[in-house]
Unconditional design. Structure first.
Lengths: 135, 257
């Protein structure tokens, strides 16, 4: 009798502990990556929407890029970033990134919330509060 | 297979080394942070040392206020109405407060009560840079003493070290004291020190500092290493004062009184 209780308890425990894992099978929407919105005035105006570097790279390395920019811009005073494809960009979070990504809530915040990261950028850098507000 | 101590160590070392190599080669991001390269802005001057002459014969109260307003508005400097908590990049100060060793008791009121424009001196031998434990305060190649706000830990060593009181500490969240935030420049957060940066964001693209533009001739700005620059000529042709030269900090801000 005691042994059965223990096994039932263990099974309940195992199920509860693995909720994050199997719940994504039960309802796939639970763990699905968020859809970030690219619907901003600046991006809509582009004939062929393009970020500083290609999308895959930006998705994985935007934090490295910004980290690098902050050193180059603040300490070296070098403000022009030449991307891999040769295009030139002003290295600035507020004046370049937010020009296009003027939807902080539906872009930055969505992924950051999903992946549970809390970058300190916004302590000082002014996030665009209204669409197209970072001009 | 029988495993003795020697075999175990050999195998173990090989396995750990193999894993390390595999991890390093499978993660190229560690090797290169960015894909591209950097380039100077078109207007940037590299081999200069920036300096400033403030001509108090031309700098009146109204001009000073214009400079303060333009600077503080652009750089999102909060307006806190308390001597202890205030944050300032440019402000007015009496002769006595600026040139302590030059004042004497028969000095005319005209000079005594003059409202001198006061900013960071961007010293050639900056004490603040020497005392900063995290290298948040640094001097760039053009002699501008700047701050890397990403690094400041708010220890206030620099404030204690600066003999000119050019630095302010954010005792409060500065965003609460801004009527309007300029979206093209960051604000600061509670707990960091800030000061005038000689508008290095403007110098980097070949523009003059905001106060120089606002002052309409009362401030002369340029390369103090070039003897033919307007700023060098102003220093050569006029009697100029500097703040507390006896300390050896070598300020780069000069005053014509």
């Amino acid at each position: 009798m005691k042994k059965t209780n223990m096994i039932i308890g263990l099974v309940i425990f195992a199920v509860l502990v693995t909720v994050p894992f199997w719940s994504s099978f039960v309802s796939p929407a639970n763990g699905a990556a968020p859809e970030v919105s690219l619907d901003t005035p600046a991006i809509n105006q582009m004939a062929e929407p393009k970020c500083v570097e290609d999308v895959e790279w930006m998705r994985a390395h935007h934090m490295d890029l910004l980290n690098d920019w902050k050193v180059e811009v603040v300490r070296e005073g070098t403000r022009v970033y030449v991307a891999a494809d040769g295009t030139e960009h002003l290295a600035s979070l507020q004046n370049t990134c937010f020009e296009c990504h003027s939807n902080y809530e539906d872009f930055c915040l969505k992924c950051h919330t999903y992946s549970n990261v809390n970058p300190t950028c916004w302590d000082c850098h002014v996030e665009p509060t209204v669409v197209g507000g970072a001009n | 297979m029988e495993m003795n101590r020697r075999k175990f160590l050999k195998l173990g070392t090989a396995a750990v080394a193999g894993l390390g190599v595999a991890a390093a080669s499978s993660n190229p991001a560690v090797a290169a942070a960015v894909n591209g390269s950097y380039k100077e802005s078109a207007g940037k001057k590299s081999d200069v040392t920036w300096g400033m002459v403030i001509d108090m014969k031309k700098m009146d109260e109204a001009t000073l206020n214009k400079c303060v307003e333009a600077c503080h508005k652009f750089h999102n400097v909060p307006n806190i109405d308390s001597k202890k908590d205030e944050v300032k990049w440019i402000w007015g100060e009496t002769f006595e407060h600026l040139f302590l060793d030059e004042v004497h008791d028969k000095m005319g009121d005209k000079y005594k009560d003059m409202n001198f424009m006061t900013i960071c001196n961007h010293c050639a031998e900056p004490v603040c840079v020497r005392v900063c434990p995290v290298k948040a305060t640094f001097m760039n190649a053009q002699g501008v003493v700047g701050m890397d706000m990403h690094r400041c830990i708010g220890c206030r060593n620099c404030m204690a070290a600066c003999p000119y009181g050019a630095r302010s500490f954010n005792y409060k969240n500065p965003r609460l004291y801004l009527d309007e935030i300029n979206p093209s420049y960051p604000t600061r957060m509670k707990g960091v020190v800030e000061k005038c940066n000689f508008c290095s964001e403007r110098l980097a693209v070949g523009e003059l500092p905001l106060c120089v533009e606002e002052a309409g001739g009362a401030i002369i700005f340029g390369d103090i290493n070039d003897p033919n620059s307007a700023v060098s000529k102003a220093i050569a042709d006029n009697f100029t004062l500097q703040r507390r030269t006896n300390l050896g900090t070598k300020p780069k801000v000069y005053y014509i009184v």
